[in-house]
Design a protein around this ligand. Structure first.
Ligand code: ADP
Ligand code: MG
Length: 728
């Protein structure tokens, strides 16, 4: 019987691209057909119900119960016309991913007749049992029940025959148990704080939105090969595998022509995304073989986050129709580029101005500089918390590895903006400025080109780069729910803007002119946060040394990085703005420690199993064949066998060496796990997993990868890197 690896490869050779026909040739014909957007609301809702929902969306006013009934009736009418039979509250629990529990519209009446019902209260609230979702002890202290509550700012949509209603998920006592609730709070905080700061420049601004345009990187692996790799199935990454002689050295995959089978998948995916109103725009090959990227046009942050998690789900589903499995893991293959999710982020006003984009005149450019400098100060002050927001067991393989941003946070601004900040630093003084000095300064500020977007230099190595009209937070990982870094970034900026406003106001109180007060405070920030600005190569060893000299932190250990959530500075930020209560914060961080431990535990178990029941038996089988060969030579050739079989005897010994090392490694790892599992405190346990268990994964793998090179190709059970990476 052929080994499973060869059976899988046979299936790959037989695959043909699937022919996909979109609902119409023109995207605009069917775009958002499955979304209860404003156009459909207008059609299916009474005027007052429509206005009520629009107010809730734009001003955050609460939904009135009676109006909710009317909205629910309209939604049901629309949905049933499209063949929908069920509804669900769709939410984002702390496990990652999304969750849903479906209920039918169907309702039996007393006379045996069945009707379709969907009430306002069913729209507004559902009560899934919270006890099986992680809460970090909140559910032990309080009740097991949880509520989901409708988020009217993100429109309902249809998947298959189910109406999905985006919701937040909270405990019986009101603690957030999801990623959306804190995000909405942070977005609200930054809206308020930024709107106030905008008043210095333009009284017409009444609302500020955060925008997010994410770029999702991913790998596509043939499904048959995927199933022949239990490590991929169970952990999302390969825990073993020798490097392929050729992988990405030649850079021949990046922006290369897209293979037909992959293209068919992309067409199919895009059609599904368009039906759901997800504005996917860009697709291309990435650096690594079998790696791709997908990016939509940016949207309001809450909606963009929903669209990202929804699309990840969709990608998994659609990939299966095409005989692929999609990998979001930040580092599925050792030594090969991993997958990130750049978060392109900016603020914009309801007057249509992007606050992170230069304007047309000195006034709007001073506003632009105000937001840039405050952003840089935010990254400097909260570098540890920002790192914590993107840290995970999987992203740890990418941060600090050579193709990705290091675990040091820094900001790249480009030469134009840097020069402007340097000028502000030099020219502004704490004394009253002369009119000439002020005019000169304003003149310079006015000279910032309006369109930096096309002519800013790009620095691809920076974890947080200004790119002309936005910042790109590049350290975010492929699996990450972008709600997490977006909550932290927007909350931290909100706090910074509140401080800025009060410092400027204090100077104005002392009769300093407004512009001058703004200059002075900005100058202080520029000086205070200088260490975080870096224009050079973030991947170089020199930068690691330089950053240490500057006092920037560089924390690669996951539990240690996560601890930043609990620092006094972070707590003050969360509690002052009401993003998390103490109970919520502690619960949430406990979940993060626990998730880390569980991920490493699963990897350790999978590696242990595969090592002992796939690799060692195969190596021993091959070793036996070698021994037979040596004994046969001895029988036939007598003492001459020693010369004739010399290198086979070496191989036999080499195999024994690796097999022994693997067995010892696995045994020691199991013992270490037993010790670690006795630790009750989640933080301490995760530290043990990070410091003691995780290193075994690499140690054991080393010997397995060596065996892969020696053992007969015909009997090696697991698909090799060169097979996994070149199969589309
Ligand atoms: P890159 O040049 O980095 O490949 P693109 O120009 O394709 O990136 O844009 C990447 C993402 O950034 C897209 O989702 C795009 O819509 C988004 N984007 C562009 N401008 C902004 C902005 N001002 N704020 C937020 N996101 C933006
Ligand atoms: Mg980009």
């Amino acid at each position: 019987m052929a080994v499973i690896r060869f059976k899988a490869l046979e299936q790959v050779f037989d695959r043909k691209p699937l022919h996909v026909t979109p609902p119409s040739d023109k995207t605009s014909d069917y775009y958002a057909i499955n979304v209860f957007d404003r156009a459909k609301m207008q059609k299916y809702l009474a005027r007052d119900a429509y206005n009520h929902v629009v107010d809730a969306m734009e001003k955050g006013t609460p939904i009135d119960r009676r109006k909710a009934d009317s909205v629910a009736a309209g939604m049901k009418a629309w949905a049933t016309e499209r063949g929908v039979t069920h509804y669900t509250h769709w939410f984002q629990p702390l496990t990652g991913g999304t969750a849903e529990k479906h209920d039918a519209f169907m309702h039996p009446t007393s006379n045996g007749v069945v009707v379709e019902t969907f009430s306002g209260s069913a729209l507004a609230q559902q009560e899934p049992d919270a006890s099986s979702f992680p809460s970090g002890g909140i559910r032990n202290t309080f009740e097991a029940r949880g509520y989901t509550a409708w988020d009217p700012t993100s429109p309902a949509f249809i998947i298959d025959n189910t109406l999905s209603i985006p919701t937040i998920f909270i405990s019986y006592t009101g603690e957030a148990l999801d990623h959306k609730a804190p995000l909405l709070k942070a977005l609200n905080a930054v809206d308020k704080a930024a709107t106030e700061v905008c008043q210095f420049f333009d009284k017409n601004v009444t609302r500020v939105n955060a925008n997010l345009g994410w770029e999702q990187e991913y790998f596509l692996i043939d499904e048959a090969l995927y199933y022949a790799r239990p490590d991929l199935v169970l952990t999302g990454r390969t825990l073993m595998g020798h490097a392929s002689p050729k992988d990405q050295q030649l850079d021949d995959h990046y922006f290369g022509s897209i293979p037909e089978r992959v293209m068919a998948f992309m067409h199919d995916l895009e059609a599904e995304a368009y039906k759901l109103g997800i504005p996917v725009k860009t697709r291309h090959n990435e650096v690594a073989p079998n790696q791709y990227e997908l990016a939509p046009v940016f949207e309001e942050c809450n909606l963009a986050v929903d669209h990202n998690v929804l699309l990840m789900d969709l990608m998994t589903k659609v990939s299966r129709h095409h005989g692929f499995r999609v990998l979001f893991h930040e580092k599925p293959f050792k030594g090969i580029n991993g997958s990130g999710k750049h978060n392109n982020w900016s603020l914009s006003t309801d007057t249509g101005v992007i606050l992170h984009s230069p304007g047309k005149n000195p006034k709007s450019n001073l506003q632009f500089l105000t937001f840039v400098v405050n952003t840089v100060k935010t990254v400097f002050d909260h570098q540890d918390l920002l790192r914590a927001s993107i840290t995970s067991a999987s992203n740890a393989h990418r941060l600090g590895a050579n193709e990705a941003p290091p675990a040091i946070l820094s900001c790249f601004l480009g030469s134009e903006v840097s020069a402007m900040l340097n000028q502000l630093e030099e020219q502004v003084t704490n004394k009253k400025m002369t009119p000439d000095e002020k005019t000169a300064l304003k003149l310079n500020i006015g000279k910032i080109p309006e369109i930096l977007l096309d002519n800013t230099d790009r620095n691809r190595t920076s974890p947080f780069a200004f790119t002309g009209n936005r910042f790109e937070f590049r350290a975010v990982g492929g699996t990450c729910n972008p709600a997490i870094p977006m909550t932290i970034l927007n909350a931290a900026l909100a706090k910074q803007l509140i401080e800025f406003k009060s410092e400027v106001d204090a100077l104005i109180e002392k009769d300093v002119k407004k512009d001058e007060a703004i200059f002075q405070v900005l100058r202080e920030y520029i000086i205070a946060s200088k260490a975080i600005r870096f224009e050079g190569d973030n991947y170089s060893d020199d930068w690691v040394k330089e950053a240490a000299k500057r006092g920037l932190t560089n924390i690669t250990d996951v539990p240690e990085a996560l601890s930043a959530y609990l620092s006094d500075k972070s707590k003050k930020l969360f509690f002052d703005l009401g993003i998390f209560s103490e109970v919520e914060l502690e619960g949430r961080v406990e979940v993060m420690f626990e998730q880390y431990t569980l991920k490493i535990q699963i990897e350790a178990r999978v590696l242990g199993d595969l090592a002992m029941n796939h690799v060692v038996p195969t190596a021993v089988k091959y070793q036996n064949r070698l021994m037979e060969n040596v004994l046969g030579l001895k029988e036939i050739c007598g003492e001459e066998y020693k010369t004739l079989a010399g290198n086979r005897i070496e191989l036999i010994k080499e195999i024994s060496g690796h097999v022994t090392a693997i067995k010892n490694g696995v045994n020691e790892m199991v013992e270490a796990r037993k010790m670690a599992n006795r630790i009750d405190d989640e933080k301490e346990k995760s530290k043990a997993y990070s410091k003691i268990i995780a290193p075994f994964l690499d140690k054991i793998r080393y010997h397995i990868d060596k065996l892969e090179l020696i053992v007969d190709h015909e009997i090696w059970p697991l698909p090799k890197y060169r097979e996994l990476l070149f199969s589309s």
